[in-house]
Design a protein around this ligand. Structure first.
Ligand code: AMP
Length: 586
C-alpha cells in the first residue's frame, strides 16, 4: 500500500497493531517502505520507533495527558470532562479521541501529509517557555480537526509518548533490506551502519537516496553515538581463559551507569547505554572530562557514585539519583560521582574501532591526564585461574560487582552493538542461587487478589531471542514487589496494554492483560528449571519443554536503561542452564 498521506500511514499502523505474526509484520512494513516517498522515510521510521528524532537528540514527545485532553476537546467540541471520562474508560486517550471523532463531522480535505504531521509533531515536542502549553494544544487541535478517527488515534498516542507499536529495530532493518535490496539477508549491512550511527532514519534515507555503497562506507563521527559493545557472561574463570586464548585483561566491573562521552573541542556530550543524551545529569563530569582528556575523542566508561569523604564506591542505586531532568546542586553534592574509563573509540580524527583492545587501551592511557574524578578502569593481565581469582577477590573487596575480562588477541576489535565473547562479565556467586540476575521484559500481567486487588499481582516475563527477534516467556513473577512497585507497574502496564498477544511474543500462558514488550525489570531466581508452560528455548533442550525460573523475585531494579532488545537473551539462559548443570555434577 502506498504511503503518502498520514491517513495511509495510520492504516499501516492499525494493521501492524492487529497482526499476530512477526513475518507478516515485516512484509507489511516492507511493502509500506517500498512505496513510500524517500523524503517521508525519516518521519515514517521515527514514528514506527515511537519518536520524532534519534534518542541522542533528546527531543521527546511527551505532551501531558491533560493538555492533550484539552486539544481533543477543542477539536471535537466535547467538554474536557467528557474526554477525560472516556479516556479513563477506554484506558487510552487515543481510542477515546477516535470514538469522539467518529461522531464529529467529516474531516476537512485535503488529507494530512505524512511530513506535515511530522513537522507539527516536532513543533509540539520542541515548544517550550511561556505560552508553549497553549501552543501545543493549538497545534494538536489543528491536526485533529483535519484528521479521520483512525488518524486521531495515532496522533494522540504519538504526542503523549504512547505510540509504541512494538516493532523492533531488527524488524525495521529486515523490512528495509527486503524493500530496497530485495533480500532479507542484507540486514547485516544495514545493521552495521545502524550500529555506527544509531540513527535508523538516516540509514533508511541514505539507502533510499544513495544505495548500498554509501552504507558500506559509513564512518563514525563525534556527536553521533555508537551503539555499545556488550559482554557475554561466563560461569567459571576456567571458561573465561578458554574463550579468550588462555590470557586476558581483567578489569573491575564497576556498578554504575555506563556512558559514552564525545569530546569535540570545548563541547562534551554524554550518552547513556541507550544512547540518550544525559549530559545534563553530569555537569561535574563534563568539567572533569574536559580537563582530563584534552583531545577530540569518544570514550566509554562507567559513572560510579562515590563517598565524598573516603572516595569509596557506592551502590548503583545512588548514581540513579542523577536520573532526572534537573540535577540540582544538592543532588550533585549529595551523590558525587567518578568516571572510570574502559575504552576509546575515536581519537583526534581517527577511528579506533578496528584496533585490537590492547592498542585502544594504550591510546586511552596515553591520552588521559591524571584527574581526581576521571581514571582508567583498574586492570590486570592474567593467564591463570589463580591469578584471575585473586583479582576477582580484590575487585569485590573494593566494591566492584565483579570482573569484565577482555580478549587481548589481535582480532579483539570493538564490536559496536553486539554482545561478544571478547568481553566476558563475571559476577559474584550468590551461594547456591543463580550466579546472576536476569533482565526480563514484561509481556503481560495477572490481576492480583486480596490485598493486591485492583493492581497486577504478578507479571509475565520474557527473554529476548536475538535470532528470531521474538520475546519468549520464562516465568510468572509475583515476589519482591512492594505495594508502591505494584501501583507503579499497574500504571505503566495499562499504558502498554493490548487485547491480544503481541506478534513478537511467543507465549503459552494467557495473562489477564497483554502488554507491548517495552518494560525491562531485573529478577533473581533460585535456579533454571524445565516447564511445559514457557516458550524460552522451547523444545531446544527437551521436547515439549521450555526453560523457566524457580522462585523468581523482582530485585527492585527497573532497567529503564535497557531497551527490550537489551534484555537477557534466550541463548544466555540456555548457557546459564548448562553451567548450572555442570556445577551440580561437579
Ligand atoms: P552488559 O551490559 O550486561 O553486557 O554488562 C557489561 C556492562 O558492565 C557494561 O554495559 C558496563 O555498563 C559495565 N561495566 C563495568 N565495568 C566495565 C568495564 N571495565 N568494561 C566494560 N564494561 C564494564
Amino acid at each position: 500500500m502506498a504511503v503518502r498521506t498520514f491517513r495511509q500511514l495510520a492504516e499501516v499502523f492499525d494493521r501492524l497493531e492487529h497482526l499476530t505474526s512477526r513475518l507478516e509484520m515485516r512484509a507489511t512494513l516492507a511493502d509500506a517502505l517500498r512505496q513510500a516517498d524517500p523524503e517521508d522515510l525519516p518521519a515514517i521510521i521515527y514514528l514506527l520507533q515511537g519518536k520524532v528524532a534519534p534518542d541522542y537528540e533528546g527531543i521527546e514527545l511527551n505532551m501531558g495527558e491533560k493538555l492533550a485532553i484539552q486539544a481533543v476537546a477543542a477539536a471535537t467540541d466535547a467538554p474536557p470532562e467528557e474526554v477525560a471520562q472516556r479516556a479513563a474508560e477506554a484506558g487510552d486517550l487515543g481510542t477515546a479521541a477516535e470514538a469522539l471523532l467518529e461522531v464529529a463531522e467529516a474531516p476537512v480535505e485535503p488529507p494530512l501529509h505524512v511530513r506535515q504531521v511530522f513537522e507539527t509533531l516536532l513543533d509540539i515536542a520542541r515548544a517550550t517557555g511561556p505560552g508553549s502549553q497553549q501552543r501545543k494544544i493549538d497545534l494538536l487541535a489543528g491536526l485533529l480537526r483535519r484528521a479521520t478517527p483512525l488518524e486521531a488515534r495515532y496522533l494522540v498516542r504519538a504526542v503523549t509518548g504512547r505510540l509504541r507499536l512494538g516493532v523492533g529495530d531488527a524488524t525495521v532493518l529486515e523490512a528495509l533490506a527486503v524493500a530496497y535490496l530485495g533480500d532479507v539477508r542484507q540486514r547485516a549491512l544495514l545493521e552495521r551502519a545502524y550500529n555506527l550511527t544509531s540513527d535508523l532514519a538516516w540509514v533508511a534515507t541514505t539507502l533510499a537516496h544513495e544505495g548500498r555503497e554509501a552504507l558500506e562506507h559509513v564512518r563514525i563521527r563525534p556527536g553521533h553515538p555508537i551503539r555499545p559493545m556488550l559482554a557475554e557472561r561466563a560461569g567459571s574463570l576456567e571458561e573465561i581463559l578458554n574463550r579468550q586464548g588462555g590470557r586476558c585483561a581483567a578489569e573491575f566491573k564497576y556498578d554504575g551507569e555506563r556512558f559514552q562521552a564525545h569530546l569535540q573541542g570545548e563541547r562534551v556530550t554524554i550518552y547513556s547505554r541507550r544512547l540518550e543524551n544525559i549530559t545534563h545529569q553530569y555537569p561535574d563530569l563534563i568539567e572533569a572530562l574536559r580537563e582530563a582528556l584534552p583531545h577530540d575523542a569518544i570514550v566509554e566508561g562507567e559513572a560510579v557514585a562515590i563517598d565524598p569523604h573516603s572516595g569509596e564506591m557506592r551502590p548503583f542505586q545512588e548514581v540513579m539519583h542523577r536520573k532526572r531532568k534537573y540535577v540540582t546542586s544538592d543532588i550533585l553534592a549529595q551523590y558525587p560521582v567518578a568516571a572510570f574509563l574502559f575504552d576509546i573509540l575515536y581519537l583526534d580524527g581517527e577511528s579506533l574501532l578496528n584496533q585490537p583492545y590492547p592498542v585502544r587501551r594504550q591510546a586511552l592511557e596515553r591520552a588521559l591526564k591524571p584527574h581526581e574524578r576521571v581514571s582508567l578502569a583498574h586492570r590486570w593481565e592474567a593467564d591463570s585461574e589463580d591469578r584471575l581469582s585473586a583479582i576477582f577477590e580484590e575487585a569485590i573487596a573494593e566494591g566492584a560487582e565483579g570482573l569484565v575480562c577482555k580478549d587481548m588477541r589481535p582480532d579483539a576489535v570493538y564490536e559496536a552493538g553486539k554482545r561478544s565473547w571478547k568481553w566476558i562479565k563475571y559476577k559474584r556467586d550468590y551461594h547456591g542461587e543463580l550466579a546472576d540476575t536476569l533482565d526480563l521484559v514484561v509481556v503481560g500481567g495477572f490481576y492480583g487478589k486480596g490485598r493486591r486487588a485492583g493492581t497486577y499481582g504478578s507479571l509475565l516475563l520474557a527473554t529476548y531471542n536475538h535470532e528470531t527477534d521474538m520475546f519468549e516467556t520464562i516465568t510468572k513473577c509475583g515476589a519482591g514487589f512492594t505495594d508502591a512497585d505494584l501501583a507503579a507497574f499497574t500504571e505503566r502496564l495499562n499504558a502498554l496494554r493490548l487485547d491480544h498477544c503481541h506478534p513478537r511474543v511467543r507465549a503459552l500462558l494467557e495473562p489477564d492483560v497483554w502488554a507491548t514488550p517495552t518494560l525491562v525489570i531485573e529478577v533473581s531466581a533460585a535456579e533454571i528449571t524445565f516447564s511445559p508452560n514457557h516458550t524460552c528455548a522451547f523444545g531446544l533442550l527437551r521436547p515439549d519443554r521450555g526453560l523457566s525460573l524457580r522462585f523468581p523475585r523482582f530485585t527492585g531494579r527497573v532497567r529503564d536503561d535497557k531497551r527490550p532488545e537489551d534484555a537477557t537473551t534466550t541463548a544466555e539462559v540456555v548457557e546459564m542452564y548448562q553451567r548450572q548443570r555442570l556445577v551440580r555434577e561437579k
